[in-house]
Ligand binder design. Structure first.
Ligand code: MN
Ligand code: MN
Length: 362
């Protein structure tokens, strides 16, 4: 926690910034170890040049923060206080350039802050936080491995409940129940179970549609464990499926494997997307792979980097992201195979280990 904050203090020095105010609960957690959801109440971590870090939070969080936060200079505001006025008093004099999380601050809150403090220039601090978060520490990787292990156990249990006639939403309920039973905090996004032609909707919504023989069944799910997300997709056959669908499955699996094979430090994200896309194009399904290859994964289910064909940024050891090619043929069905991967010093470690061979269930 301290080393993360030290990097931000160095960023202040190197970027002619007097202070920064961290307001997103995830980043307060990332920097102090104290996790809370303040809802609409104000939460802020103030790092000012040459000053000790200050945490300002709702009074009802005070005791929990004292126990968990590495920042011990903690100030509380009650529901009848003006939190922004307290913030302005905590701010050292002479702050001109203030770093803020532009992605997190509402316009309303920004206006209140800028009316109350001396600062005249507001600089976005999204990029140092994003770049720091992109490289996972051993502790973060351990949490992500646990999130992956739990979700794979959940998926195994969910698959065992599949039989013709069960509805998509019943399977979602079973999966989300098992997530908490198996030790996750909860789903990392809305669990997706899509059957038949609905599997061709990459962002479809599960409903009372019944699972039927001769169709595909797509599961896309993830959990949060110790603050970190997993995200996996597997597509199954319920009973016998057509040769056309088997061909689609094979093409997606090849694309998934080709992209993973290409992962190592120093190659571009774009090259991974292109490896998968060329594989799907050569199978004749190019137009049916209509989204990027994947996304960064960590405290957020979608975070930096975005794995698409025009991202020429380089992979670095310690990055974790998804590889999730898909082919979606309207009214026929869709297949997606999604893994979570860690870039290692010399290649890749795949965090998800659930079988990718076409499997008949139900
Ligand atoms: Mn997913
Ligand atoms: Mn994903």
């Amino acid at each position: 926690m301290t080393s993360r904050m030290n990097k931000l203090y160095a960023y202040l020095d190197n970027n002619n910034m007097d202070a920064m105010l961290i307001t997103s609960p995830k980043h307060v957690y990332y920097l102090t170890g104290f996790a809370t959801d303040p809802h609409e109440r104000f939460l802020g971590l103030l790092l000012a040049k040459g000053e000790e870090a200050v945490l300002l939070l709702p009074a009802l969080d005070f005791e929990a923060a004292q126990a968990a936060s590495s920042v011990k200079n903690i100030h509380a505001h009650s529901d009848t206080d003006d939190a922004i006025e307290i913030l302005s008093k905590l701010m050292p004099r002479g702050i001109r350039n203030l770093g803020v999380e532009k992605e997190d601050l509402s316009v309303q809150r920004f206006e209140a802050i800028s009316a109350a403090v001396e600062a005249t220039t507001y600089v976005d601090i999204g990029s140092p936080l994003r770049e720091m978060r992109a490289i996972k520490t051993a502790d973060e990787v351990a949490r992500m491995k646990r999130a992956a292990l739990i979700v794979e156990d959940v998926l195994r249990l969910g698959v065992s409940k599949v039989k013709p006639g069960v509805t998509e939403i019943e399977l979602v309920a079973e999966l989300e129940y098992q997530m908490k039973k198996l030790g996750a905090q909860g789903p990392s996004f809305e669990t997706m179970v899509l059957s038949g032609a609905k599997s061709a909707l990459p962002h479809g919504t599960p409903d009372n549609r019944k699972v039927a023989e001769g169709e595909l069944l797509l599961f896309d799910l993830g959990v949060y464990a110790d603050g970190y997300a997993s995200d996996i997709t597997r597509t199954f056959a319920v009973g016998d499926i057509s040769d056309e669908i088997k061909g689609i499955y094979g093409a997606v699996l090849d694309a998934n494997l080709k992209a993973i094979e290409a992962i190592r430090p120093g190659v571009t994200f774009g090259s991974l997307d292109r490896a998968a896309r060329e594989s799907i194009e050569s199978a004749g399904y190019g137009p049916y792979f209509n989204h990027r290859l994947g996304h960064g994964l960590g405290m957020d289910i979608h975070e930096y980097p975005s794995i698409h064909g025009r991202n020429e940024d380089l992979l670095l050891a310690g990055m974790v992201f998804t590889v999730e090619p898909g082919i979606y043929v309207p009214s026929v069905g869709g297949v997606r195979i999604e893994d979570d991967v860690l870039v290692t010093q010399d290649g890749v470690e795949v965090l998800t280990s659930f079988s990718k061979q076409l499997t008949v269930i139900g």
